[in-house]
Design a protein around this ligand. Sequence first.
Ligand code: GDP
Ligand code: IMO
Ligand code: MG
Length: 426
Amino acid sequence: MRKKKNRIVVGMFWGDEGKAKLVDFLTKYADVVVRYQGGANAGHSVEVDGRRFVLHQVPTGILHPDKICVLGAGMVIDLPKLVEELQSLEDSGIDWRNRVRISPRAHIVLPYHKVIESIMEEQEKIGTTKRGIGPAYRDRAGRIGLRVGDLLLGKNHIIKLLDRWLDIAGKLYERAFDAEFQSPSDVASVLESSADFLDRAIIDSTKFLDDTARNSGGVLAEGAQGTMLSLNWGTYPFVTSSETTAGGAAEGIGIDLRLFDEIIGIAKAFCTRVGNGPFPTEGDENLQKLLRGTGEHSYDEFGSTTGRPRRCGWLDGVVLEYSTRINGIDAIALTKLDILSKIRPLKVATKYNNFSAIPSTAEEMSIAEPIYEEFSGWDDDISKIREYDKLPDGAKEYISAVEKISKKPVKYIGVGPSRDDLIVKE
Ligand code: GDP
Ligand code: IMO
Ligand code: MG
């Protein structure tokens, strides 16, 4: 009998729902935290004792001593950036050595991918994070990618693969767009030195993860981005290039998916989106300013990775219901409820006037007309409250609305950016 639960944490909207804060909280009940998709496009922030940490590729569990952190096979990893991130954690006094494991099956984001992405963004603006994510996943699907495990086979092997890449993919871009690519031997040198720094961290952990999940439990899978940015289930083509839903966890970790006991959906108390693409409940300028904040607080709605202002709007209940279903959510964490204090009345979209469900194309989604239900809201500052019963009635009413739409319990309520700013609702 397993002592601890195996859990998946997944974003229910367009990313930045506050996943990191919940992962940080749940890490107490886990032994291993594993990222299963995405790469340096993610920006996961937590505040601990007044210090703010923003993690991009390293699982958030690293902030707790002794927990093992795995970068799973479903990720696309920017190695020099990973080295930078680990170095900066080390400089902050966080010991990562012997705790980080990187799947040899994870793909490598090459400098070429970023060149290609900037060319593509000139043609069709998705508003990506410019971290080379789309091109790296395209090469993975095209079977010409480099994987982390290739680094262990030596520099000549890497150069051979890079030469092959330039021959197959590079030539097309050179001919069509005059792209200039760094020489394979220069790229190989950087990759080789990154691999040296990572030392014994590159190691297949699939068996270890399976054994842990099966025997003791305590595997916590940390999703990046959110359901509406899923390659398959999001607002295509305004999406990221990986499977961000709970379904992506089994693919990106490599263990029996039946070993997961609980799937926790992270929903912000209002919706945000960064980058282009449809956003039915996007607010007018006034509402956006209220929800976004001015930038004076660390938690105001400006991208953790790119610094871009996030688009903001009312909570979209149609997306909430869809996301609950697509992911098989068991319980919800409703974050940033503190931000809604004093915004009265509050609105939640409960249906679209012109569609009975989430439409499958971005064209249709961009003309969806939300129908709102109003809630009276509340005036009190709730950021110091730690017990559900002490919340104002207006806040409880709002939480009940989320439960009614999703038909799932709200188990956690975020009332601030710090590790402890959380209400656990029994
Ligand atoms: P993630 O990508 O889902 O991990 O979320 P981000 O870290 O990109 O964005 C969430 C932002 O909200 C960060 O600035 C967090 O510090 C902050 N945050 C998370 N939960 C809460 C909350 O309950 N209240 C407030 N005020 N801020 C929060
Ligand atoms: P976390 O894990 C919010 C968005 C980009 C763009 C689209 C495609 O912090 O929630 P990409 O660079 O992935 O090809 O960009 O996806 N995006 C995110 N938005 N949070 C993220 O991660 C995101 N990662 C990518 O803005 O619209
Ligand atoms: Mg983020």
